[in-house]
Structure formats: structure tokens, C-alpha cells
Ligand binder design. Structure first.
Ligand code: CA
Length: 224
């Protein structure tokens, strides 16, 4: 697998490079929009990781130009976590998936792996479903049946992670790494606390509880 990283912040770019190389990827780098575009249209990559905010041309312009050139390489857009417009514009510009900054590197690798497997021209699943729960990744909203669920940014990130891995049993430490990041050193019970918040919103007053506790280990969404 060969991946192109287009990111102007040298520290982030170099860290991503190391992470991908450790996983056995061939890595190319670009530090601005025009050089990223030039490398991407050569069409030699399995996945392009493209930051939105770039000098020269921004990520949206680069992505549109890649698609206008007829190149179908899957593009993972890196966006500001809270910006709905960024995500919608990113997918409109021809990106295949997006990842909100800041992100955990495990999540980055998982997304790139998934894109690398996807046949060119496939599109992202914008809505994740688990039984009657729907998680809309574009609008950052969730509902159970007809009931809309209001979530904070962190609650949403946690629910998105659970829904992406629906029915799988997830350990606390994996949830912590993926949702809060490796370098998190806040309170150790943060996962339990946020699952508790999420439960009150997702499962409250419902006949069936979707969030399951796996005692002494972690949590799962659905599948019980
Ligand atoms: Ca940037």
C-alpha cells in the first residue's frame, strides 16, 4: 500500500509518516496544496490523506482538482472536528471519508485501511445504524426511531466509535485510545463517565438498551 500525506504542519506530517511506515506502507509527503495535487494526479497511491487547511490550494480545491483530472484514488480528508460545513464540503468535493482533528493514529490507520480496500469510486457510509439507532456522520446527529438525541462533541465521538464497531465488544483501554487519544492523561474513569452520559441519552425510556456493559472489560453497542 502506498499513501500520500498532504499536510503543511511538519510535526504532524512526520508523525503520520512514521506511523504509516511502521505499518509497512510506502509513504510520500507534500507540504502544500499544489505539490500534493501534482503527486496525487500521478495516480500512484492507494490512499491520499488530505488536510483541509493548506497553503496554496486548500484540501477541498485539491480534492476537486484530483477528481477533475479523472483520478479516483480514495481521499481521506482531515477536518476540524466540530465543523459540519467542512465535512459536507469535503464529501461534496469528492473525498471518500473524513476524520476530525484531533484524531487518534489508530483511527487514522483504520480509516486508511478501509479506504485502501474499497473499490475506487465507492462512497462513505454517511449514516451508521444499529437496530433503531441512527448516527449521522455528516450532521453529527443521532436518533432512536423518531427521537432525536442531543449529544456533545465528545459524546458523539464515543457513540460514533461504538456504532462503527457495533456488536463488537470493546475494551475500556481501546475506547480510551480511539476516542480520547494515546496522550490522554485525564481522569481514568472518563470512559465509564461518558458511557453513563450516553446511556442516559440513548437508552433512557427505551424498551431495549443498546449499550451493553461487559463486566470487568468494557462495552458494546447492540448485539446482546
Ligand atoms: Ca493544515
Amino acid at each position: 500500500m502506498r499513501v500520500l500525506i498532504v499536510e503543511d504542519e511538519p510535526g504532524i506530517r512526520q508523525t503520520m509518516n512514521r506511523v504509516f511506515e511502521r505499518e509497512g506502507y510506502l509513504v510520500d509527503e507534500a507540504g502544500d496544496g499544489p505539490s500534493g495535487l501534482a503527486q496525487a494526479v500521478a495516480g500512484e497511491h492507494d490512499v491520499v490523506v488530505l488536510d483541509v487547511l493548506l497553503p496554496g490550494l486548500d484540501g477541498l480545491q485539491v480534492c476537486k482538482a484530483i477528481r477533475a483530472a479523472g483520478v479516483k484514488t480514495p481521499v481521506l480528508m482531515l477536518t476540524a472536528l466540530s465543523d459540519v460545513d467542512d465535512r459536507v464540503n469535503g464529501l461534496d468535493s469528492g473525498a471518500d471519508d473524513y476524520l476530525g482533528k484531533p484524531f487518534a493514529f489508530k483511527e487514522l490507520l483504520a480509516r486508511v485501511r478501509a479506504l485502501g480496500r474499497r473499490p475506487a469510486g465507492g462512497s462513505v457510509d454517511a449514516v451508521l445504524r444499529c437496530e433503531d439507532l441512527e448516527v449521522d456522520l455528516l450532521r453529527h446527529s443521532a436518533r432512536r426511531g423518531d427521537r432525536k438525541i442531543e449529544l456533545t462533541a465528545t459524546e458523539f465521538k464515543l457513540l460514533e466509535f461504538l456504532a462503527r464497531n457495533a456488536t463488537h465488544v470493546l475494551s475500556r483501554s481501546r475506547i480510551l485510545d480511539e476516542v480520547w487519544g494515546f496522550d490522554y492523561d485525564g481522569e481514568s474513569n472518563v470512559v465509564d463517565t461518558y458511557v453513563h452520559y450516553l446511556r442516559r441519552k440513548v437508552d433512557a425510556d427505551e424498551q431495549r438498551s443498546l449499550i451493553r456493559t461487559i463486566r470487568g472489560y468494557g462495552y458494546a453497542l447492540g448485539g446482546g
